[in-house]
Design a protein around this ligand. Structure first.
Ligand SMILES: O=P(O)(O)OC[C@H]1O[C@H](O[C@H]2O[C@H](CO)[C@@H](O)[C@H](O)[C@H]2O)[C@H](O)[C@@H](O)[C@@H]1O
Length: 366
């Protein structure tokens, strides 16, 4: 582990110690609906050696179901709670869903009213949040206008990009050196404008990920449309461009490879299978770590806002919700179960929200 910049260590000495309400920065008054859970998840890092439970075929362990429901088309009945319940009357379902997850644009006054005496810290996912979902992951570019919006946000609030992509790739796509970057689902963190200051809690997994990446490339090479990306601390197997009839083959082959790697696990993203180290670290832990590193982890005066569209963003939403510490905003145009508080429909609405925040801040400074 290489940790050079932070004053506060992310590793808590006693994760079971009680945490006071003031430390949590409780602010239930603005919650759109009732909150549960007040315990602060510790940022302590553990690397379990235990073999995770695995089932023998992808049909029986829900992989296929999860694959079918990821990134769902609007007009489809879906059972997965993370996938939504859209149907032919999808519009209607979407509107009633928004009663539970109100639009962050519609609730903007409420949000900034609450933020008035607080320091906002902005966390942004990349794919599906800053750049629209496209078929080719290499062509997921954010618009110049979005870049400008993020740049302006970062002038006023500490801003971090938290992505499943490898850090150097996402930082190149965003192209703003003044931001914090957490790549590989938070496993590779870099502070702004500093070349060497990194936090990489899964360094020991590098050779293993590299090896598994090569194997995944090999075993999917005959599946038309399959694409494997090496994200340094994790690997992604894309099936967005694979004929649905072959999804079971993709799943089974990835599953078979993972049998030989008990220290790796699989998570589901949007038409992507993500192979990650079995360590107690995720986007939520990265958010906690970054707040601590900024010396902003322990205050009622801080309001973290996290915007993301994916299941992996749920870990971050959960952290903000469990501690009632800040706001998760889910980007989705279909109803989905989520730990977020608010919603935005798409990247255009994300941009509007960011611009509104900048306008509000600049006005408040006059
Ligand atoms: O955490 P994120 O920044 O949201 O990254 C998650 C994954 O994003 C990318 O894949 C997704 O976007 C692609 C481009 O729009 C799309 O083709 C793909 O189907 C989506 O899953 C990235 O390529 C993955 O490696 C990331 O894990």
């Amino acid at each position: 582990m290489d940790l050079k910049t932070t004053k506060a260590s992310p590793v808590l000495a006693d994760p079971s110690a009680p945490i006071s309400k003031s430390r949590l920065g409780m602010h239930s008054s603005l919650m759109p609906y009732s909150q549960t859970g007040t315990s602060f998840p510790s940022t302590i890092l553990t690397i379990p050696r235990k073999k995770p439970a695995k089932l023998d075929d992808v049909g029986s362990n829900g992989w296929l179901e999860a694959m079918k429901s990821s990134s769902p088309p609007r007009k489809k009945i879906l059972k997965d709670p993370f996938a939504g319940v859209s149907s032919d009357d999808g519009e209607c379902a979407y509107h009633s869903w928004k009663l539970k997850f109100p639009s962050a644009l519609f609730s903007f006054e409420k949000i900034v009213d609450y933020a008035r005496d607080k320091k906002i810290v902005m966390f942004l996912d990349y794919d599906g949040t800053l750049s629209p979902i496209v078929d080719d992951p290499d062509r997921a570019f954010m618009s110049a206008d979005m870049r400008c919006a993020v740049k302006n946000v970062a002038k006023h609030f500490p801003t971090a990009i938290i992505s499943g992509r490898r850090r150097d790739m996402v930082s190149e796509l965003v192209g703003l050196t003044e931001l914090y970057y957490a790549g590989s689902h938070g496993l590779d963190i870099k502070f702004p404008d500093k070349e060497v200051n990194l936090f990489q809690p899964a360094r020991e997994f590098l050779p293993m990920i590299d090896e598994v990446f090569r194997t995944l490339v090999k075993i999917t090479s005959d599946i038309t449309g399959a694409l494997v990306e090496n994200h340094k601390f994790c690997a992604s197997v894309h099936y967005r461009n694979v004929d649905e009839k072959s999804w079971a083959t993709v799943a089974q082959r990835v599953h078979d490879v993972l049998k030989d790697y008990p220290r790796l696990r699989l998570t589901h993203g949007r038409k992507v299978l993500e192979v990650r180290p079995v360590i107690d670290w995720n986007k939520g832990k990265a958010v906690e770590f970054l707040l601590e590193s900024m010396n902003l982890g322990n205050s009622e005066e801080v309001l973290p806002i996290y915007i993301g569209d994916d299941r992996t963003d749920e870990d971050a939403f959960k952290v903000l919700r469990q501690g009632n510490r800040g706001y998760g905003i889910l980007v989705s145009s279909v109803p989905k179960e989520s730990n977020a508080f608010f919603s935005l429909k798409d990247t255009e609405e994300v941009k509007k929200f960011l611009k509104s925040l900048v306008r509000w801040k600049e006005k408040s400074m006059l």
